[in-house]
Every structure is written in C-alpha cells, then in structure tokens.
Design a protein around this ligand. Structure first.
Ligand SMILES: *Cc1c(COP(=O)(O)O)cnc(C)c1O
Length: 380
C-alpha cells in the first residue's frame, strides 16, 4: 500500500465489532477480568489501551518499523528513549537540536551522569572522531530546528553500526510522508506528534518507532514503568489528524516553496534557511534522502528592520510557539524555542536575534506573502 492509503487505512482500520469506520475511543482506565489470570488482553490502561494501540500500530506501519509507542508529549517520548542509557554513557547530539531536548539532557539527565556532546552532525568526520567508548548513540534531527541543517542519515547510521551505537532520529519536521529514517538505517525514530502528525494545533503527543524487537520490549517496559502514556482521546485525535497528512503536507510544501522564493528575493531579508533552495548547504542530501523539503523556513531580517515590530505587524500569520499546524506560525527562536540554549552557543550556531522562524501553514500562499511583505514594510 502506498503511504497516502496507509495514512487512512493503516494500523487498526475501523472497529471489527460494530463496523464503525472510526476507531472507538476506549475511555477507560481498567478492564473487567473474567477470572484469575483471564482477560481479553487488557488489564489497565497505562499498560494497554485499544485506542492507543491502534495509533501505535499505525505509526509503526507508517515509519516501516516493527513497533510504535505513544507518549503524552514529544518530550515524554524523548525522555523514555533517553532512559535506555546508563550513567556514564554519552550521547552525541546535533548541535542545534530542539531546545527542550537540549534542556532535558543538560538539566535532568546530566544529574544522573548521562552525558552528551553537541556536534555538527552534518560533518561526518567530526562525528567519527568524537566517538569514544562512552558514546552509546548518535541522536540527530534532520533538518534541524531552526537552521535547517541537513545530516546524511544513511551515512550516520553506517558510522553508528560500525561502532555499535544506536542511531536515533527526531523526524518531527519531516514526518514519514517525506522521510523514512528506518529505511535509511536508523534504529529509533521519534516524533513530537504535536506538530505535523496531529496537524491542527489541538493536542500534545509524542511517538516512538523502533525496528528491533528487543529494543521494543525494553521501551515498552519503560513506557509502562514510567507511565508517560498518551490518553485515549488524544490518541484518537491523533489518528484523525494523521489521515489527512498527505494532503496537508502537499499544500505545506507548495506554500513553503513559494514563500522561500519570495523571502530569498526580498530586499528586507539578509539570509534564508530552507533546504529547498539550491543555495542551501544540505540541499543535495535532502533531495536524496527525503521526498520534499518541508515547510519550515528560517530567515534573518536586515538590521534596519525592527524584528519586534515585524512580529507585531503580522496580521494573518500567528505569532507563537510550535509548528506544523494548518495555520502559519511565526516565532523568535532566540527568546522562545531556543531560550534554554545559552547565548554563546546560540551565537555560535547562528541563532541570532534577528532570526525568525516561519512554520508555513496551508492558507492561500498569496495571502501569506502579502502579510509578510506588509509587515516588513511597516517595521523599518
Ligand atoms: C516540539 C518538538 C519536540 C518536543 O515535543 P513536545 O510535543 O512539545 O513535547 C521535540 N522535537 C522537535 C523537533 C520538536 O519540534
């Protein structure tokens, strides 16, 4: 089945008992057991819930992995994956990962002596030379947030395999519709399903997919033991959102290409970060490893534009955190999504104060360009 069909019919297709085309919301905490050790496969909803299970099967099929797991947020999913490691272990992470990922490693896991090293993972030699016997995994985002650096997932996976390390990919920006990390050799795929998979800015959720039964068993044990599971209603909402991913994503891509072009030619813009532009550093790798360039565009405004005014003057585009919803969202990485990253590191990696990040929605593209243009003109 092609992914457009799988998005709609994958996992558990409808309800076997009643024929309902929508998977029912099993809003229950527990299950009646007919006797000692006799049950219908469910005992308690932290351990298993049919609606959550339908979602978990669906994401596993979409990512072409063996097992899926659903969590209460992207951070809960990431935290669960990080607890696979032990004190003394070290993880190599992309140097401009999602701010929350950096924060949980730096402020929570460091207390347990689980260490990390920030590396530009698009530089394969740097990655290879940073591997010591403490390193147990390479954790990447591609494209990264917000500068859209591209890492060659296949090459990273090869380096990881050679050194007996796990490859973990946060696939939030791409979704399985555009990029399949497991096919490229990754062991674990992560999602903040809050973003494109949900797609409507109406829920917070996280997903994990693994390609190995043993790893799946360990993660399932962690999920049940630590308990950050996704509730039945949000699981259902996410299944609902996923059904329209292909049509939404097609429009996101069309709009993003159009807006990237506009920004690239605008006299008010200093620099545009979008993998779809031929001038973008990772353009060729992205073209090879994914089916599209995504719909997140970051850009640096020229010094004579007051970025505060620019944000205030936007009318159609919403100013706020998050991304991947049907509505276009603009944010200021330096003070919002990446505020947890120290100033010096931000400057070093290029998250400057005049940088804006746009999550291109599925509105009319001319309307979006008009809004950007007007707001820039008013903000000099
Ligand atoms: C938002 C986001 C997360 C965190 O997910 P939550 O659902 O907000 O907990 C992780 N990684 C990336 C790339 C994200 O954009």
């Amino acid at each position: 089945m092609n992914i457009e069909s799988l998005l709609i019919h994958g996992g558990v297709d409808g309800d076997k008992t009643t024929g309902a085309v929508s998977v029912p919301i099993y809003q229950t905490s527990t299950y009646k057991q007919s006797g000692l050790g006799e049950n219908k496969g469910y005992e308690y909803s932290r351990t298993g819930n049919p609606t959550r299970e339908a979602l978990e099967k669906l994401i596993a099929e979409l990512e072409e992995g063996k097992n899926g797991l659903a969590f209460a947020s992207g951070m809960a999913a990431i935290t669960a994956v990080l607890t696979l490691f032990k004190s003394g272990d070290k993880i190599i992470i992309s140097d401009n990962v999602y701010g929350g990922t950096y924060r949980v490693l730096d402020k929570v896991f460091k207390n347990f002596d689980l260490n990390y090293e920030l590396i530009d993972t698009s530089d394969l030699e740097k990655v290879e030379s940073s591997i010591t016997k403490e390193v147990k995994a390479i954790y990447i985002e591609s494209p990264t947030n917000p500068l859209m650096d591209i890492t060659d997932i296949k090459k990273i996976s090869e380096i990881a395999k050679k050194n007996n390390l796990l490859t973990i990919v946060d696939n939030t920006f791409m979704t399985p519709y555009l990029q399949k990390p497991i096919e490229l050799g990754a062991d674990i795929v992560l999602h903040s399903a809050t973003k494109y998979l949900g797609g409507h800015s109406d829920l917070v959720a996280g997903l994990v997919v693994v390609n190995d039964e043993k790893l799946a068993e360990r993660l399932y044990f962690i999920q049940n033991s630590t308990g950050g599971v996704l509730g039945p209603f949000d699981s259902w909402l996410l299944i609902r959102g996923i059904k329209t991913l292909s049509v939404r994503m097609d429009r996101h891509l069309e709009n993003a290409a159009y807006i990237a072009q506009f920004l690239n030619e605008s006299p008010f813009v200093e620099k545009v970060y979008y993998p779809g532009l031929e001038s973008h550093k990772g353009h060729e790798i992205q073209k090879k490893q994914a089916r599209g360039y995504g719909a997140i565009i970051s850009f640096v405004l020229k010094k004579d534009i007051d970025i505060k005014k620019f944000f205030k003057n936007l009318k159609l585009i919403t100013f706020g955190e998050s991304l991947g919803g049907v509505e276009s969202l603009m944010c200021h990485p330096a003070t919002m999504t990446h505020a947890a990253i120290p100033y010096e590191i931000r400057q070093k990696v290029g998250i400057v104060d005049n940088l804006a990040r746009l999550s291109v929605g599925i509105e009319n593209k001319e309307d979006l360009v008009k809004d950007l243009k007007k707001s820039m003109e008013l903000s000099k």
